[in-house]
Design a protein around this ligand. Structure first.
Ligand code: SAM
Ligand code: MD0
Ligand code: SF4
Length: 353
């Protein structure tokens, strides 16, 4: 295993066999060696800088019925809300004032925003958030028409996030039964063509094999995703997977570290939406360089995998992640550093401000 890590750090391509060996890492000593290699790989690219993403789940209405998701349309136990443009802009302003680097506008596939006049409203919302905060905007609206994507791009959104969760087609059908695999993949390709930076992601603990994870790494490479993520599955009340066991954190951490070795120069999130502030340190130690799902308290906003965890306790804020970053020898980047990362990645670096 050590020789695989040395080859990875030397910039060698890792074979499927190598990746399977890394995925079978067991025990504290091997895991620590894997995490240390991932941290060295991170240090060589984004150094000790970490990017912070403010998260606004703007509508919990959804026309899809993904088996793992609290907000699936047939879940009668899931509280629904839809924020207005003014409300979203105010939340985004609060987040920007707290020094996040990006605003992630996420939603269920809400027909009110995706059908009829909805896309126009959504585009206006993006433009207002851009104008008021001056921050880059990521949109996570699910699968949308190319015209809608194009309108969102024109309104100033620069990132499109849409996670396949698995690249095994039959497992995909089991977990996202209401949406075709290809439509979801094509959306990401279309977004890239339109000039978006894109994020791909997988769920850990939904029945995938190690071979499936290796296939997902290959798919992320093929998509040339700019940000890549893994999140552990968290069982949700009122869903078909409510009584399944949650994904194991050790598995998620392993995949974070392997993502870092395979994609040393990409952004890799440590999400507060899985195990809250308590789980942040381990994810950063595994090689993550973005903290996602920062949610301001007092706004009636929900998370996704963890709809409430740590939100009203003000533990999903820039202020509360600061000490954790410092304990890991890391620090929050400046806005300029984040802008530079994005510009370089888009191949149009504008130089240092
Ligand atoms: N509706 C959009 C979509 O599906 O792309 C965006 C929002 S969706 C809720 C964002 C992501 O949350 C999903 O792609 C999935 O990775 C994650 N997620 C949803 N339910 C989860 C769960 N129970 N455990 C872990 N992650 C979950
Ligand atoms: C997160 N809850 O980062 C958010 C969400 C969507 N782009 C992100 C899954 O964990
Ligand atoms: Fe809707 Fe997204 Fe949840 Fe699927 S994962 S039910 S598309 S919010």
């Amino acid at each position: 295993m050590i020789s695989i890590l040395e080859r990875a750090e030397g910039g060698d391509h890792l074979s499927k066999g190598d990746l399977l060996s890394l995925l079978s890492t067991a025990g504290v000593e091997e895991s620590e060696a894997l995490f240390a290699a991932a941290r060295r790989a991170r240090a060589r690219t984004t150094g000790n800088r970490v990017f912070l993403y403010g998260f606004v789940y703007l509508s919990t209405h959804c026309r899809q019925d993904c088996h793992f998701c609290f907000y699936r349309r047939s879940n009668t136990r899931s509280p629904r809300y839809r924020k207005t443009t003014d409300q979203v802009v105010e939340v985004a302003r609060t987040l920007a004032d707290s020094n996040v680097h990006l605003i992630d506008l996420t939603m269920g596939e809400d027909p009110a925003y995706l059908d009829g006049d909805g896309p126009g409203e959504l585009a206006n919302l993006v433009a207002s958030v851009r104008a008021v905060t001056g921050l880059p905007v990521m949109i996570s609206p699910g699968v949308v028409d190319e015209e809608v994507l194009s309108a969102l791009k024109k309104s100033g959104a620069e990132w499109y996030a849409c996670y396949q969760e698995t690249h095994n087609r039959s497992l995909f059908r089991e977990i996202r039964p209401s949406q075709p695999f290809d439509a979801r993949m094509e959306g990401k390709r279309a977004a890239r063509e339109l000039g978006f930076l894109t994020e791909e992601g997988i769920l850990s603990g939904v029945g995938e094999t190690s071979q499936d994870v290796v296939e997902s790494l290959a798919a992320m490479k093929e998509l040339a995703s700019d940000q890549v993520r893994v999140m552990s599955f968290i069982p949700q009340t009122g869903t078909p997977f409510a009584r399944r066991p949650p994904g194991k954190i050790e598995d998620e951490l392993k995949v974070i570290a392997i993502l870092r070795l395979v994609f040393p120069d990409r952004l890799i999130p440590a999400s507060l939406d899985v195990s809250g502030l308590e789980g942040l340190k381990a994810r950063l130690r595994a090689g993550a360089n973005v903290v996602t799902s920062l949610v301001p308290p007092g706004e009636g906003l929900a998370g996704v995998a963890q709809s409430r965890l740590d939100i009203e306790e003000s533990r999903r804020t820039v202020e509360s992640v600061g000490p954790v970053l410092r304990a890991c020898g890391l620090q929050a980047a400046t806005r300029g550093e984040y802008r530079r990362w994005m510009d370089e990645r888009m191949g149009q670096s504008v130089g240092a401000p």
